[in-house]
Structure formats: C-alpha cells, structure tokens
Design a protein around this ligand. Structure first.
Ligand code: FAD
Length: 256
C-alpha cells in the first residue's frame, strides 16, 4: 500500500552552505504537481530499514524539471541527521501529493506583496518569486530574508539575478530585496530582527511602501516565534490572518 503513496527520486546535487545548512536537488516524477509555495513530504530510510518523513517546501519553481530543497541540520535531529548524509546518486523518497496553503491563491487582491522569511523559511518564497504570477499580480514584491550571519543567507545569486531572467526582466522595478542579519553587521543588510524593523518603521522606509490593509498582503514563513511576534505587530496595523471564512491580508507557514 505504502509504495503507492510516494516515489523514489535520485539526488542530482547536494551543496553544503555552512555546517548547519545545505541544499539538495533531485529528479522529479513526471506526475508530481505543485503550486509555488507548497511543500512535499520527504522520506529517508534509516540503517535499520525504517523510514522517517518530514515536510519540506519546494525551492524550485513548478516549471523546473527538477525539485530543489533547502535544509537545516538539526543537531541530533532524526530526519536531518539522515538527510545530510545523502549524496548525489542516492535515493530520496517523495510523497506524490504536494501540500500546503502558503500560495498566492490565498489572496484575491492586493497591490504590494511582502514575503517575510527567517532561515530556511525563504524556500517557498524562492519558488513563488521564480514564477510569473506574482509579478503579474503585484505592483511591488518585497522579500525580507532574515538569517543569523551573511554566510547563512542562501541563494544570493538566485535572488540577485532573479529579475535578469528573461521572463521576469520587464518586472524588474517591482522587486525589493531586504536581507537582514541578526548576529553580525553586514554591508547592504539590515542588522537586527524583522520584528524590530516593523516596529520602528525601518522596513516600510527601506521598501518605500507602508503596511496598509487595502494594499498589503503578507506571507510569513519559518520560525514560529518570529511568525507569532510578526503577526501581533501586523495586527496592530489592521492586517489579519487570512482564513477561509474570513479573507485577510496575512498567510503563514510554521516550520515547527
Ligand atoms: C510545512 C513545513 C515545511 C517545512 N519546510 C522546511 C524546509 O524547507 N527546510 C527545512 O530545513 N525545514 C523545513 N521544515 C522543518 C522540517 O520538516 C523538519 O523539522 C526539519 O527537517 C528537522 O527535522 P529533524 O527530524 O532533524 O528534527 P526535528 O526533531 O523535526 O526538529 C527538532 C527541532 O529543530 C528545530 N527546527 C526544525 N526545523 C527547523 C528549521 N527549518 N530551521 C531551524 N530550526 C528548525 C526546531 O526547534 C525543532 O523543534 C518544514 C516544516 C513544515 C511543517
């Protein structure tokens, strides 16, 4: 029965970024469909033959032929201890059904899209940013990506080169990238937490737009504490969580 629920994919590339961060690229089953912002359940087989499964957001775009993921290494973490050992040519199990609601169809309208990420929480936003829909729908798209150090800011070539891709070039003036680093001073990055920069107005000042219930739509992904604190601050600005029974301006994905 279970073999019908997932496919076996082959790892094409594994890149170590820092001792605690790495990226994985693998083959993609022809039948695997997803919307940008969704996640898949990945499985690894342990030495004793048992399987461990965890949720992972796709970094790659729905139009890519491969799947890409961005992972933390949790010290003694059951899944990541196994995952980090894999190398090109090894097998990764992937459930056939993509899941999750951190997708653009959460919002019916809006002018400015804010994507607020901590750590590996940038993954779903990279998928969204590589598609056309976000650029056709929003006048401004602001990616705020928070990491502890400059070395932990992943995918910088992808982010910085994003709008040079042929299909996105005409939207280049819509993109605002605000990297933030908490534990060191880095040229070109804000120094501190996303929540501080919302509270003191620096985020709005840097982006040149305001948080406003009419215009703003906000997606937040990563660390649950950061998400809770950010939601509370946005609520003070009249931005509410979007629910099926009550459309709002904010959508979130907690990673733990
Ligand atoms: C919808 C969804 C999407 C996810 N997407 C990703 C993703 O794209 N990349 C990714 O690395 N993880 C992602 N995660 C987290 C992932 O599922 C696992 O928690 C992670 O792989 C660690 O597994 P583990 O068994 O090694 O440790 P666990 O025992 O699962 O976790 C132990 C602890 O590690 C910490 N932790 C877990 N995940 C992270 C993280 N990503 N960053 C920092 N600290 C963490 C938490 O404190 C957690 O309690 C996602 C989780 C959810 C629910």
């Amino acid at each position: 029965m279970e073999s019908e629920k997932f496919t076996r994919q082959t790892l094409l590339e594994v890149n170590t970024l820092t001792p605690s961060l790495f990226t994985l690229r693998c083959s993609r089953d022809a039948g695997f469909r997803f919307q940008a912002g969704q996640f898949a359940r990945l499985g690894v087989t342990k030495a004793d033959g048992s399987q461990v499964w965890r949720a992972y957001s796709m970094v790659s775009a729905p139009h890519d032929e491969f799947l890409e993921f961005f992972s933390i290494v949790v010290p003694s973490g059951e899944f990541t201890t196994e995952l980090r050992r894999l190398k090109a040519g090894d097998t990764l199990l992937i459930e056939k059904q993509a899941l999750g609601y951190l997708t653009l169809d959460r919002f019916a309208d809006g002018r400015d899209l804010w994507l607020l990420a901590s750590g590996t929480g940038v993954a779903p936003f990279l998928s969204i940013l590589q598609g056309l829909e976000v650029w056709q729908r929003f006048e401004r798209v602001v990616l705020v990506y928070s990491a502890r150090s400059a070395a932990e800011l992943a995918y910088q070539p992808l982010i910085k080169g994003l709008m040079q891709q042929e299909h996105l070039a005409e939207f280049a003036d819509r993109f605002i990238y605000l990297p933030t680093v908490t534990r060191e001073q880095v040229a070109g990055c804000l120094h501190g937490r996303i929540t501080e920069f919302i509270a003191n107005g620096q985020l709005e000042q840097k982006a040149g737009i305001r948080f406003d219930p009419q215009a703003s739509r906000v997606m937040i992904c990563g660390n649950p504490q950061m998400i809770d604190d950010t939601r509370a601050l946005l609520k003070q600005r009249d931005l509410q969580l979007s629910l099926t029974r009550r459309p709002g301006q904010v959508a979130v994905e907690n990673y733990w």
